[in-house]
Design a protein around this ligand. Sequence first.
Ligand code: ADP
Ligand code: 5GP
Length: 203
Amino acid sequence: MTKKTKRKHGLLVVVSGPSGVGKSTVVRRLLKLNKELRLSVSATTRPPRPGETHGEHYYFITQAEFDKKVKKHEFLEWAKVHGYYYGTLVDELKDQLAKGKVLVCEVDVQGAAALKQLVESGKMSAAAVFIFLIPPSVDILAFRLKKRKTEEEEVVNYRLRAAIAELQVMEKYDYIVVNDKVESAAEKIKAIINVEKERTLLN
Ligand code: ADP
Ligand code: 5GP
């Protein structure tokens, strides 16, 4: 029988993928399936969409506030995505990971690459797993982006072109999950987390 001790450094679960693939939707479902998971809430300069609340979906801040946080090194990574700024806050991750928690972080492909670099260089002492969400097809991705009705048609077309380019980096990730049905994609990620928790548990 193997003796397992408490996780020392926590597990960072990075969920990335092209805009409109369903990251937020799947991550929210995942958090309901596994109440032990914590979400890293990012800061953004994007205005809230209907139904989004400050502190739950994002910390909605001004450009000046964002710039101040960059200067004060309050972000682990930050990026400009489709015209707005988004950043992962050090404070959202540090304490939770130190307590050995499993933390889910939803970022674009630039954010995932930056986090990967921090983990691989040892600047961040946490185990991490990188998951890339893909649509069942490009046509379905286009349909979902349009269905969300949060952007003008021109923006949707721009995001779709960017998404196709973003799909090229998928081999850099540990796992690729197809978002066919929200429930099954969330279940697949839950199963991946269970495997990674076991694999990275310190003996
Ligand atoms: P992202 O966070 O990747 O930009 P969203 O979670 O906002 O994407 O999802 C984009 C749109 O696609 C939303 O309207 C959402 O309801 C829808 N959606 C997400 N996943 C699925 C799915 N598996 N099946 C059908 N529609 C989905
Ligand atoms: P949206 O405006 O649709 O909520 O998000 C746009 C993109 O920004 C999505 O791909 C989302 O994953 C990404 N994003 C959200 N938060 C962060 C973050 O903290 N850092 C980075 N790099 N990207 C983020």
